[in-house]
Design a protein around this ligand. Structure first.
Ligand code: C2E
Ligand code: CA
Ligand code: CA
Ligand code: CA
Length: 279
């Protein structure tokens, strides 16, 4: 048993070394990813549940590293956060998303909505609101067509700058969406205290609505509560027609998920809009 203890110890140190090396390699490559043009903004449509028409897109970052291959956002976004790289990367996402959204507003729908994920460090920057205003101005984007998706992690720090940034954003007319609703501990109290416009029900609740009556009940309650608070409700991770029909019956406003489309490169997303315009 002494031996087994030692082996377990070796296993853990080995695993920790491995994780640490990977992390360092990712960090090192991420530092030059922007300069090397390895980052690309993809777009996933969200549709109006009743008409099934595309009304906007969520910008989702992709990183195809020369050295590491495809690295998922779930791996590199936290590292971008910890290193502060998220500030320049976040601005890159906004520039690309606004450029594409402006084109689609001119060519397809003047009210086309663009949703952008903002992480805690990014949101706590005192230059964030100014940067946002400048980008809205440069791209001539109407603030009301922009939505910032934040998770409760953004609000958790209690930093006073969060409050002032939120009210500035609200004042200029940009919408704020609570992402991953239902997965945190404090979503409800945050909904009460902050000026949210949209509630995005986490995909983990949508996944089983056709088989788990409890999940169906929870999603129905979240939608009803959102509407009671005058919020737009979005379901993420819609993968099947059955899920779609239940969400329609529950009067969910918008849906997003593989059933409608995976996140796509800009040109492919534009093809989708063209196809829709023809029908
Ligand atoms: P998120 O904001 O919750 O984004 C939704 C995730 O669900 C995306 O993963 C999307 O590709 C995936 N998804 C969409 N439809 C379906 C579906 O029908 N089924 C399933 N199983 N998944 C679906 P992705 O693109 O890998 O992004 C993961 C997370 O990384 C995002 O979660 C977000 O928190 C973060 N992220 C991505 N892009 C950015 C960015 O530009 N800035 C920041 N700060 N975070 C980002
Ligand atoms: Ca999101
Ligand atoms: Ca989400
Ligand atoms: Ca998520």
């Amino acid at each position: 048993s002494k031996d087994r203890g030692r082996n377990t110890y070796n296993f853990y140190t080995h695993q920790m070394n491995h994780d640490m090396n990977r992390r360092l390699r990712v960090e090192e490559q991420l530092r030059s990813a922007l300069k090397r043009k390895e980052l690309e903004v993809y777009f996933q449509p969200f549709v109006d549940i009743r008409s099934r028409k595309i009304i906007g897109a969520e910008a989702l970052l992709r990183w195809n590293s020369d050295l590491l291959g495809q690295v998922t956002p779930d791996e590199f976004i936290p590292i971008a956060e910890q290193t502060g790289l998220i500030v320049s990367i976040g601005q890159f996402v906004i520039e690309n998303a606004f450029t594409a959204a402006k084109k689609w507003q001119l060519e397809f729908n003047p009210h086309f909505k663009i949703a952008i994920n903002v992480s805690p460090k990014q949101f706590r920057e005192n230059t964030f609101v100014d940067m946002l205003k400048i980008q809205l101005d440069i791209h001539q984007i109407n603030a009301t067509s922009v939505e910032l998706e934040i998770t409760e992690g953004v609000l958790l720090s209690g930093d006073p700058i969060i409050d002032s940034n939120l009210s500035w954003i609200n004042d200029i007319g940009v919408s704020i969406s609570m992402d991953d609703f239902g997965t945190g501990y404090s979503s409800l109290s945050y909904l009460r205290s902050y000026p949210f416009n949209t509630l995005k029900v986490d995909k983990s609740f949508i996944h089983d609505i056709t088989v788990d009556p409890g999940d169906l009940e929870l999603v129905g309650a979240a939608i009803a509560m959102g509407h009671g608070l005058n919020l737009t409700v979005v379901a993420e991770g819609v993968e099947t027609e059955e899920q779609y029909h239940l969400l329609n019956a529950l009067k969910c406003d918008y849906g997003q998920g593989y059933l409608f489309s995976k996140p796509l490169p800009r040109a492919a997303f534009e093809e989708l809009l063209k196809t829709q315009a023809k029908n």
